[in-house]
Ligand binder design. Structure first.
Ligand code: NAD
Length: 322
């Protein structure tokens, strides 16, 4: 991460990702204004010295640069538009860095609405960029990648902020380009997760634990970033909390499906993934991490995969020794 004069900064949306952004920005910039609809989400960063605003509009009025990390297109519109929205308070020349994963059309609309107020909107969704830095781990470590769409001069100015909270940034073209590439990235990542889970459940049914298979697959064609850098660390610490939630992955597959329809590209596997994650949501697992699909599919198949986890095996070995 580079230290740079970043101007006054505001963060809107202090969830799994935005809270890490806020912590990095407090460190690099020394001051920050924050807003989240859920006030409890602001507590940690306010304790660290950030100012809590009462609306997105107030954050914008106090900032030269705004960073958004919101869960959906509707949330972005809600935070940007209307009398209490960021655009109502935005300064001329301000830059809005929208790190939310949303659809390209909404990005184009936000870019236009910001330009009408003399401000610059960049769609800048994120993904893990470094080994071990998938999703929120990368946001915590400051090693994520940004995929950026919008006006190039605004991107050049925004780099100081982007590289205050992440490590890599890719400028991809006009408004909506960053979101388009991000949706393709998550189409691939969401499917990688499912195909890996399916393989592990099949392995468990045949008597091989995920741990044993991961050791082998690290040296076979089955290896993927999703396996080695996202699934493995979470699985090993038996952590099935998000991270990246099933709800968010479902939203991203739905948006990728819209993109496929727009470009008349059939996305057969995207549809399967969408319905798999929807099944999990229907069963009450929407707020779990996407790797919880492992348990979901194992239960469907009647396979005891939980019993193969190293922590469970260690416990039962200890019991046997007593
Ligand atoms: P999250 O649900 O944990 O956080 C979103 C926050 O936004 C919540 O605290 C919510 O209260 C707040 N919010 C919602 N509407 C608001 C509004 N109108 N005004 C102010 N605050 C509002 O989500 P997250 O996991 O932090 O993800 C944020 C974005 O980043 C999503 O678009 C997601 O797809 C994307 N993303 C997440 C990850 C990850 O690993 N979690 C990785 C890559 C991309």
């Amino acid at each position: 991460m580079t230290k740079a004069p970043l101007g006054r900064i505001g963060v809107i949306g202090l969830g799994m990702v935005g809270s890490h952004f806020a912590r990095h920005l407090m460190r690099t910039n020394g001051q920050l204004t924050v807003f989240d609809l859920n006030r409890s989400r602001m507590k940690g960063v306010v304790r660290a010295g950030a100012v809590a605003a009462r609306s997105a509009r107030e954050v914008a009025a106090r900032s030269e640069t705004l960073v958004l990390s919101l869960p959906s297109p509707d949330a972005v519109r809600g935070a940007m538009l209307g009398p209490q929205g960021a655009l109502a308070g935005i300064k001329r020349g301000a830059i809005i860095i929208d790190a939310s994963t949303i659809d390209p059309e909404s990005c184009i609309a936000m870019h236009k609405a910001a330009a009408a107020r003399g401000a610059h909107y960049l769609d800048a969704p994120i993904s893990g960029g470094e080994p071990g830095g998938g999703g929120t781990d990368g946001a915590a470590a400051g090693t994520i990648s940004f995929m950026v769409g919008g006006d190039k001069p605004a991107y050049e100015r925004a780099k100081a902020v982007l590289h205050g909270i992440g490590k890599h940034s890719f400028y991809l073209g006009p408004a909506g380009s960053g979101s388009t590439v991000k949706l393709i990235s998550n189409h691939i990542a969401g499917l990688n997760n499912l195909v890996m889970i399916e393989g592990f459940v099949l392995g468990a049914a045949a008597g091989f634990s995920p741990e044993a298979l991961m050791r082998v697959f690290a040296g076979t064609d089955a290896k993927s970033y999703m396996m080695t850098d996202y699934f493995a660390p979470r699985y090993r610490r038996n952590d099935f909390d998000p991270g990246f939630s099933v709800d968010l992955m479902h939203k991203d597959h739905a948006l990728a499906g819209d993109l496929g329809r727009k470009h008349k590209v059939p996305l057969l596997f995207n549809q399967l993934a969408l319905e798999f994650y929807q099944l999990m949501r229907a069963g009450g697992d929407g707020r779990k991490d996407i790797i919880a699909g492992l348990h979901y599919l194992a239960d469907l198949a009647g396979v005891d995969i939980r019993g193969l986890h190293p922590s469970v095996r260690k416990r039962s070995t200890r019991r046997r020794k007593k």
